[in-house]
Design a protein around this ligand. Structure first.
Ligand code: TXA
Ligand code: MG
Length: 309
């Protein structure tokens, strides 16, 4: 892995190269979103199918007017949650300068203003939208440290190290291209908090093929099999615990001993990465996580991890 400074990262982006950058959710594999060749470099480095669109990152909400059509719902969500772990999918403007590959040919564009100070500084220096999916091989667990990026994408990749991600789960993706606001992906901001600002319930799309192609893919899969809602020890599994750990496990990675969902979210991918690398384990058992608040996103990722191999 090539460790780069923020100036080197900015130079690479300007030259049309990819660079892994920290955000508060997960590390992203970044490229200039207005440069089609640079964007192609993201898909190639990740082994990502080209029907899966990317999120564009901006330094300032003012950049959006040149890219997408904003409505009142979008303005309210931006005021409430940006910078932060919320991505909005909005209709592209006809003259939107972002490469169409970023949208995977769709008439919409996903946008986010990250909160991580290094990401914000880098985006401000570039002054252009930056496309960045999670910085892992397609189908692997998302990276929440620079070392995770190195493990997944190899030693050639340039990484701006910003320490461990504080949120630890990808952003919540909300679709605002139609009449009903849709929850395209649960994530780092709880759906309930978004609904409180919108004053309406988020619709869960039934036909995700048209809405958020990425959600169809196998995702977030560790090497070891994952067993959910574990109530007792079994075989040579390691345990991802929530609350007081179950007895009978020699290897335990506590998500949150005090049963705090934000803490568990921040530690989820680190736990999957860590247990996946412990020699001698034959699986990962996970204790039940309450299906509320950030628990929705945690359980979404765990279900994908359990069936994704
Ligand atoms: O927290 C995050 O969102 C991280 C950091 C790096 O910002 N990024 C991330 O990107 O998770 P990625 O590519 O792994 O996930 C993007 C998600 C996918 O589920 C994709 O299908 C959806 O957003 N998406 C992107 N553009 C879309 C669009 N135009 N319409 C519907 N869904 C879209
Ligand atoms: Mg991803």
């Amino acid at each position: 892995m090539v460790d780069v400074t923020i100036s080197e990262a900015a130079d690479r982006l300007r030259r049309g190269e990819v660079v892994a950058i920290p955000t508060e959710t997960v590390y992203g594999l970044a490229a200039d979103a207005t440069n089609a060749a640079a964007v192609a470099g993201i898909f190639a480095a990740k082994g990502r199918p080209d029907f899966n669109p990317l999120i564009c990152h901006v330094a300032d909400p003012a950049q959006l007017d040149a890219l997408v059509v904003l409505d009142d719902r979008a303005r309210r969500l931006i005021a409430a949650f940006w910078p932060g772990a919320l991505t909005l999918v909005l209709p592209r403007r006809a003259d939107c300068p972002v490469a169409s590959a970023v949208s995977a040919g769709l008439p919409s564009l996903a946008l986010r203003m990250p909160a991580h100070p290094l990401a914000r500084e880098l985006l401000a220096r570039i002054g252009r939208p930056v496309a960045a999916p999670s910085a892992n091989r397609s189908g692997h667990v998302s990276p929440t440290t620079a070392q995770h990026v190195r493990d997944s994408l190899g030693t050639e990749i340039a990484v701006l190290d910003g320490g461990p991600c504080s949120v630890g789960l990808e952003s919540t993706v909300v679709g605002l291209t139609g009449d009903a606001a849709t929850l395209l992906r649960p994530g780092g901001i709880a759906a309930e908090d978004i609904e409180a600002v919108l004053g309406e319930t988020l619709v869960q799309p039934t036909d995700q093929t048209l809405q958020s192609p990425g959600m169809l893919l196998k995702h977030y899969a560790p090497r070891l099999p994952v067993r959910l809602n574990a109530a007792a020890a079994q075989g040579k599994e390691g345990l991802l615990s929530f609350g007081k750990p179950l007895p009978g496990f020699a290897t335990v990675f506590p998500l949150s001993e005090r049963g705090d969902l934000a803490e568990a979210a921040a530690r989820l991918y680190a736990g999957l990465h860590a247990l996946d690398h412990v020699a001698g384990l034959d699986g990962i058992a996970v204790m039940p996580i309450p299906q509320q608040g950030l628990g929705l996103a945690i359980n979404d990722r765990l279900v994908r991890a359990a069936r994704g191999r």
